[in-house]
Design a protein around this ligand. Structure first.
Ligand code: 13P
Length: 251
């Protein structure tokens, strides 16, 4: 599996700036072959972006997905709808949703089930707050998030998933974990996932991403690290040159 570079554009861009960014990335990313590049724009631009991307290798992701397959869920967007629009990935359990919209691990579990039913690859975000880090609780927070989110998922261990470790204190703050500091957390995640399913599942179907204040100056350290399978980028992905440079560091 190729390493994954995923841009999360959050609720940052209007239509014209979104399409402008896509247009520029479509051109620049032609030169990128070592990593898979994916973008997660707002739902409402997915269709237009899919058309604009044409035969580009850039993949589409949503930033969220509904916890149910269909029915009376006003305002929600289902995994099947996203699949039909051409999404390959769906981000689930982002810390901003957990904190600002009270999303629970149980809800995240339902969303993961929905993704896999519709053959979307979930990008499960996990991570601890600053206070939890200070109190040495990072490992236990990660274990609980994973145990609930990945509990009895019907299409596992057959399907691929992505797990993005994004310490909440590192999101949009300029503070980050160095690649070598991630080893211990990747081990915790691998151990937990292996105990829920199998080590073979982790080795063959799970990609471990890091996210949190990544920029092009530090990106190479993560690309060269064999236990890191990709990067999830927020702020730096809004600048086409900067995002391209992050990808270029992998070449
Ligand atoms: P930043 O790269 O801005 O820290 O955001 C990370 C993130 O939340 C990606 O999902």
């Amino acid at each position: 599996m190729k390493k994954l570079l995923l841009a999360n554009w959050k609720m940052e861009l209007t239509e014209s700036s979104t399409l402008d960014l896509v247009f520029q990335l479509k051109k620049s990313m032609k030169k990128i072959s070592k990593v898979e590049v994916a973008i997660a724009p707002s739902f409402i631009y997915l269709k237009e972006i899919k058309n604009l991307l044409g035969r580009s290798k850039i993949q589409l992701s949503s930033q969220n997905v509904a916890p149910a397959d269909k029915g009376k869920y006003t305002g929600e967007v289902s995994a099947a709808m996203l699949k039909e629009l051409g999404c390959k990935y769906a981000i689930v359990g982002h810390s901003e949703r957990r904190i600002k919209l009270n999303e629970t691990d149980e809800l995240v579990n339902r969303k993961i089930n929905q993704c896999l039913e519709a053959e979307l690859t979930p990008v499960l975000c996990v991570g601890e707050t600053f206070e939890q880090k200070q109190q040495g609780q990072t490992d236990s927070v990660l274990v609980k998030q994973l145990q609930v989110a990945l509990d009895k998922v019907s299409n596992l261990p057959e399907s691929e998933i992505v797990i993005a470790y994004e310490p909440i204190w590192a999101v949009g703050t300029g503070q980050f974990l160095k690649a070598e500091e991630l080893f211990a957390f990747q081990r915790t995640i691998k151990r937990t996932v292996s105990s829920l399913y199998t080590e073979k599942f982790y080795d063959e179907k799970v990609r471990f991403l890091y996210g949190g204040s990544i920029n092009s100056i530090i990106a190479k350290d993560y690309w060269v690290c064999d236990y890191i399978d990709g990067i999830l980028v927020g702020g730096a992905s809004l600048d086409p040159m900067e995002f391209y440079n992050i990808a270029l560091e992998a070449e």
